[in-house]
Ligand binder design. Structure first.
Ligand code: NIG
Ligand code: FE
Length: 411
């Protein structure tokens, strides 16, 4: 509300450029992925939290009534970034493991010897719910500073009833979109993955389904196989959750086929996906979520992004922010990796971490574009050209963030 009680309006004026994925539908695939509309010398009008109009300054009609103004000179506007894959709810860190990996230990070895994910499970179980809320809020502030205005976060570091529910609650209180990653790893009190799933589906799912929007499973050697993942996901779908999978991170185990069979929203990672998986995904409605910061952090091969886009698959980009395989909350850095390592253009990268990522979260009707009727979530880049989003590798490129039409203090 403004001082006069009317809806709050904000005019961002004199922008060097405004860039937004073109069109209206989602997810965008093939040549559509790279179609970005760019307006020079632009304005953006926000009214009551949504975009009321965009255009060129010389077409701006005089506005009657109260309007706050933001000076966009020297800045470029892009949609608020959407991080559709993070593990932002955890306690502790894995800096020791990071140092060990730097001197040659592998992620899979650390996991197999009880470190890796399990060390974060121990720390997260030991934290109380309030500490988890503080952690999600802290990580959300890091993301906001990097231009992320909507983030998903997964549980999966609790793997017991109390900590999984506390994690999902913390994600919601911390402003995230919650995903139940009930099948992330086998917790130490079970020595059989099927027995663990019996427990998780019987005890945790009914309550997790009230807090989460989606369910996720790690399909991998040493985690869950396809039969176990199918059982878990079918039960989750029955409880009303959308489906996601971690698949083909290290080895192809059939996660792509399973995602398609079950009508999942996405299959994420895909570093090990071969030609068959690429063409299967291209013929499906499942989005391939690419996580190049994770591949970089682990020194692993990059996913076949160019082949996926060329074949017509829908792709999104996300950070995978977590303490072990991707301690990186920056989508601008992910866009730089997309351009330098995945052979995606800056325009393809922008679409992949805005409207396509919003589609993965079931929000593409209102997030991910700077067009009339979409949420007025805006990132102002401190740059003369919007492509600095990808070009300025590791740069401090975000100047200001607007959430629901309100400029926010960057923490
Ligand atoms: O997406 N691969 C499984 N899960 C996470 C990593 C979690 C961790 O190492 O703590 C991932 O990379
Ligand atoms: Fe992940």
């Amino acid at each position: 509300m403004s001082a006069d009680g009317g809806p709050r309006r904000l005019l961002i004026r004199d922008l060097a450029q405004l860039a937004t994925p073109a069109g209206r539908g989602a997810p965008l695939r093939g040549v559509e992925l790279g179609r970005v509309d760019v307006l020079e010398d632009a304005f953006l009008l926000c009214d009551d939290g949504v975009v009321a109009g965009v255009g060129r300054m010389h077409d701006l009609e005089p506005l009657a009534g109260d309007v706050d103004e933001l000076d966009g000179r020297g800045l470029c506007a892009v949609p608020g970034l959407v991080d559709c894959h993070t593990h932002a709810c955890f306690a502790g860190d894995r800096v020791e493991e990071f140092a060990l990996r730097a001197s040659g230990a592998t992620y899979e070895e650390l996991h197999a010897s009880g470190g890796g994910i399990m060390s974060t499970v121990r720390a997260t179980r030991a934290a109380g719910g309030e500490e988890l809320v503080r952690a999600v809020r802290r990580h959300g502030r890091w993301m906001l500073r990097a231009g992320t205005t909507t983030f998903e976060a997964k549980s999966g570091y609790g793997l017991d009833l109390e900590t999984e529910l506390a994690s999902l609650q913390a994600i919601r209180e911390g402003g995230g979109v919650a995903t139940w990653l009930g099948a992330h790893a086998l917790p130490p009190e079970f020595d059989d993955a099927d027995a663990y799933l019996d427990f998780a589906l019987r005890e945790v799912l009914p309550r997790a389904a009230e807090l989460a929007e989606a369910a996720d499973v790690f399909v991998e050697r040493g985690a869950f196989d396809v039969a176990q993942a199918r059982r878990y996901l079918e039960a989750c779908r029955g409880a009303g959750l959308a489906l996601r999978l971690h698949g083909d991170q290290f080895t192809e185990q059939g996660a792509v086929e399973l995602a398609i069979e079950l009508g999942a929203r996405s299959v994420d990672h895909l570093e090990a996906t071969g030609d068959r998986g690429v063409s299967q995904l291209a013929d499906s409605a499942v989005v391939g979520v690419l996580l190049p910061a994770s591949a970089l952090f682990l020194g692993r091969p990059m996913p076949p992004a160019r082949a996926l886009v060329a074949a017509g698959a829908a792709v999104a980009l996300a950070t995978d922010f977590n303490p072990g395989s991707a301690f990186c909350e920056s989508l601008p850095l992910v866009c730089s990796l997309a351009a330098t390592q995945l052979q995606l253009s800056p325009a393809e990268a922008l679409t992949a971490c805005t409207v396509n990522a919003a589609h993965v979260l079931g929000r593409a009707d209102r997030l991910g574009r700077l067009a009339q009727g979409y949420a007025a979530d805006v990132v102002l880049l401190n740059a003369p050209d919007w492509r600095y989003l990808a070009y300025h590798l590791g740069g401090d490129v975000v100047s200001q963030v607007v959430v629901a039409g309100v400029p926010v203090e960057l923490p």
